[in-house]
Write a protein that binds this ligand. Structure first.
Ligand code: ADP
Ligand code: ZN
Ligand code: ZN
Length: 797
């Protein structure tokens, strides 16, 4: 007799442990660890994951509840991923179930429906409720009948069942095929009377193979009837097959061949190839300027991995996962590539994931969560643009893809490559210490010069009486490019640039009623929106505080820049890319394609245009305000500014036309701006490391952020104070506990947020202390709406 240990989908501290269930004998033969099941849990039926199967005595088995449903015929989590799940739980202090779910596509999180089935005669009133149907959904049950239904359940007249289905259905397609030989079809065609049926027969005489029903009907422009008639006669057969939703049509990608590598590329790839060959674990930091040929090195490393019969994971930040990027991988490896990113529908993601699981592909190109791709024979994991903060998940489990990648590479004995033109200080410091191996690429392909960068002091512009968002220099250069019919990219930093609405008389700023943040004005809908809780309201006609009519919007959102651009350059065709214009599926790609086809002169946008784009005709890049990011309350502000300016500059002059960059700033003397202009990462690294050391920040110290939130302000403060006190008592004296202080946004969705920060060099007992704190507040978290979140190495402060 067999019993299963199961992690059930109840994300709560006291249930974060496995539960035992008996396995019905009909499944004993093929049930495996890593499969999903449905189990009874109290009054509910819930999904769970089998983590262990063991033989048990009859006497013990008797006491166990039974697994109700087996959801998989092949495990969705293999041994490695199960282990990785437990590791994630320990690393991030999340619930085991959350760790498992994070590794799988959302589509396979099942949904349940509680249904009532009529088994026997019952009271008239219930009988009427069912009518002709033999089952009804619980949610459709009128409340007045609850008591009667309960009684009927007790009397076994009505049974309660749970329908379980995956959130996304597999896509099915009806296909038609010939059930007789060509010769037989020819004979039939001669004798059959219906002209339509004859057409169908001739079709199959010519193409003696299966075809999709809809294709057949389209080609012969006919209805289903003649086809059905032939199926009925047994001349044709029909069946349903599963098809994948294919977000990328493979035909579109022209196959490319590997380039002969340059000397620099050869030097970089050699140690990677030997690591692949010797099946070792090594982590490389590939520090190479934009355009130095990093991607080509990735491609050829993957090629070597495929040669060895192994698989590859290629991670790319969400915003760089453009069609151009996909094309480079599909162009080299064709249909061996699966793509995973958030612009795909849940169904498409599910299908791409299953191609991986069924070993139908051997390369995945994807955003953060693709690091969990269920390959069983990994030969390499590459993380491009490793400095991108999107590699850290900001929700439970708060993992960093880099840590997961290194963990997996230890299991598979394979290399990890972290690539960047502007590595994080953490990674570069590790490379300097020899923890990672540094590979350097300093030359741009074809000896292209880096674009020339000019810095414009916007304070000077004001002094000269120019109040526009465009300096005289940038204005001139835009006019020049428009005249030469070359293209321009204008970059506006979104963070710190919300378009808020303020009263010019009394200074009142429209705020979200639920969050401590000003509302953002959206011109298209004339509405004000909160970007934290999605509260929306109409723009008031007059000021809610003083009734003045001079209530106006401020700030320079992309919409406002677009307006000014059209005023200054009425003839220019502008494409604007921001959250508003790219929210629809596929919109992002459409806009970029249009720009690539030169249907516009100027591409104006936020972060999302900063990287990955490669347009040969762009010769001018303008950064409207370089320093908005510098003033954020974030110790990484300088680092992020340096990265961003470097990245944006890399967009200009990638091909035969020389590029120019204009950076407008209010702090031209800042070292981030100056060193980005000169492209001196090494100097920047040294200077910034010095500051980090001085202020006790990473990479010299580790950080852990604890955020407490509660609908009641006093509660939030008191709990945070108590947590800080506990930490001070239990941590070593060298560890610094900062706080409690209000979070940068002190109220979100009507909850007050307080935080404390732990800075430490070594604190081996920290996890233990934090686990203790979690347990201490367990009841309050369930009963009193208290939330405590723990974030190791937070990326955003
Ligand atoms: P990065 O990823 O560092 O920005 P890429 O790999 O995109 O650099 O290379 C920049 C350009 O140079 C691309 O158009 C690429 O196809 C081309 N390229 C890369 N390596 C070679 C090579 N060895 N010979 C010729 N062209 C190359
Ligand atoms: Zn809000
Ligand atoms: Zn007012």
């Amino acid at each position: 007799m067999k019993a299963a240990r199961i992690i059930v989908d109840v994300p709560a501290r006291q249930t974060d442990r496995p539960f035992d269930y008996k396995i019905p004998s009909k499944w004993e033969a093929f049930v495996q660890v890593g499969m999903r099941v449905i189990v009874p849990f109290g009054p509910r039926k819930l999904q769970g994951f089998i983590i262990d199967i063991r033989e048990v005595e009859e006497s013990e088995n008797m006491k166990l509840k039974e697994v109700e449903e087996l959801l998989d015929l092949t495990p969705v989590l293999n041994e490695e991923l199960l282990g990785l799940g437990f590791w994630l739980k320990e690393e991030t202090l999340c619930f085991t179930i959350s760790a498992f779910q994070a590794m799988l596509p959302a589509a396979i999180k099942s949904v349940y429906q509680k249904r009532l089935i009529l088994r026997n005669e019952t009271s008239n009133e219930l009988q009427t409720l069912f009518g002709e149907k033999d089952s009804i959904a619980w949610k459709d049950l009128p409340e007045a009948l609850y008591r009667a239904v309960k009684a009927a359940i007790a009397a076994e007249e009505i049974e309660v069942v749970y329908d379980v289905r995956d959130r996304v259905q597999r896509k099915k397609q009806r296909v038609i095929g010939p059930a007789a030989s060509k010769r037989a079809l020819e004979e039939l065609a001669a004798s059959v009377r219906s002209a339509k049926q004859q057409d169908v027969l001739y079709y199959f005489i010519e193409n003696h193979q299966e075809v999709a029903a809809h294709t057949l009907k389209e080609e012969l422009s006919m209805t289903d009837a003649p086809i059905k008639a032939l199926v009925k006669k047994g001349i044709l057969y029909e069946k349903e097959i599963e098809v994948y939703r294919n977000p990328y049509d493979d035909e579109q990608f022209e196959r490319t061949k590997p380039f002969p590598l340059t000397v620099e590329q050869q030097a970089a790839i050699a140690p990677i190839l030997s690591t692949i060959e010797n099946e070792q674990q090594r982590t490389f930091l590939m520090y190479g300027v934009t355009g130095s040929g990093k991607t080509e090195v990735y491609l050829q490393s993957i090629e070597a991995v495929l040669q060895k019969g192994k698989e590859a994971i290629m991670l790319v930040p969400e915003i760089s996962l453009t069609p151009q990027m996909v094309e480079r991988f599909k162009g080299r490896f064709g249909s061996q590539v699966a793509v995973l990113h958030s612009a795909l529908s849940a169904g498409e993601k599910y299908d791409e994931w299953r191609k991986i699981q069924r070993k139908e592909v051997r390369v995945v190109v994807g955003a953060r969560s693709a690091v969990f791709a269920p390959f069983e024979n990994l030969g390499i994991i590459i993380i491009d643009e490793e400095h991108e903060s999107s590699y850290k998940q900001e929700d439970n489990p708060r993992y960093h893809a880099r840590d997961v990648a290194i963990r997996r590479s230890e299991y598979h004995h394979c290399p990890v490559i972290l690539g960047s033109a502007t590595p994080t200080l953490e990674s570069f410091a590790r490379a300097s210490k020899g923890v990672y191996e540094l590979l350097t690429m300093t030359k741009r392909m074809n000896e292209q010069a880096l674009p020339s960068v000019e810095i414009v002091d916007m304070r000077e512009e004001l002094r000269k009486g120019n109040r526009s968002m465009f300096s005289t220099l940038l204005h001139e250069k835009i006019a020049d490019r428009l005249q030469k019919q070359e293209q321009i990219v204008l970059f506006l930093n979104r963070r710190g640039h919300s378009t808020f609405v303020m009263c010019r008389d009394c200074g009142y700023v429209m705020q979200c009623p639920h969050c401590d943040i000003s509302l953002t004005y959206h011109r298209a809908t004339q509405r004000l929106k909160c970007h934290y809780c999605s509260h929306e309201e109409f723009l008031p006609k007059d000021c809610p505080a003083c009734q003045s009519q001079y209530i106006r919007f401020f700030g320079t959102g992309t919409q406002k820049v677009e307006e000014e651009l059209t005023k200054l350059f009425p003839q220019a065709r502008v494409i604007r890319m921001d959250v508003d214009t790219t929210s629809k599926k596929g919109a992002h790609e459409k806009l970029l394609t249009a720009f690539g086809q030169r249907k516009a002169d100027i591409l104006l946008g936020t972060q999302m245009i900063a990287k990955g784009l490669d347009f040969p005709n762009v010769t001018l890049v303008g950064v409207l305000t370089a320093d908005t990011m510098l003033h954020l309350p974030d110790f990484r502000a300088s680092e992020k500014t340096y990265q961003l300016l470097t990245q944006v500059s890399g967009r200009a002059g990638r091909h035969h036309l020389p590029g120019e960059v204009v950076i407008q700033t209010y702090t031209p003397e800042h070292y981030s701006v100056q060193l980005a202009k000169k492209q001196q990462y090494d100097t920047f690294f040294e200077q910034e490391m010095h500051i980090r050391k001085l202020h006790q920040y990473p990479p010299y110290y580790y950080l852990t952020l604890i955020t407490v939130s509660h609908p009641n302000l006093l509660q939030a403060v008191q709990v945070t104070e108590k947590i800080a006190a506990m930490l001070r008592q239990k941590c070593t004296p060298q560890t610094i506990i900062l706080g409690p202080v209000a979070s940068p946004i002190a109220r979100v969705k009507d909850r007050y947020r307080y935080q404390c920060m732990i800075k430490y060099k070594r604190e081996p007992g920290l996890k233990e202390v934090l686990r203790f704190i979690n347990e201490h507040y367990q009841t309050a978290m369930i009963k009193e709406q208290l939330q405590i979140s723990i974030d190791f190495n937070p990326t955003m402060l």
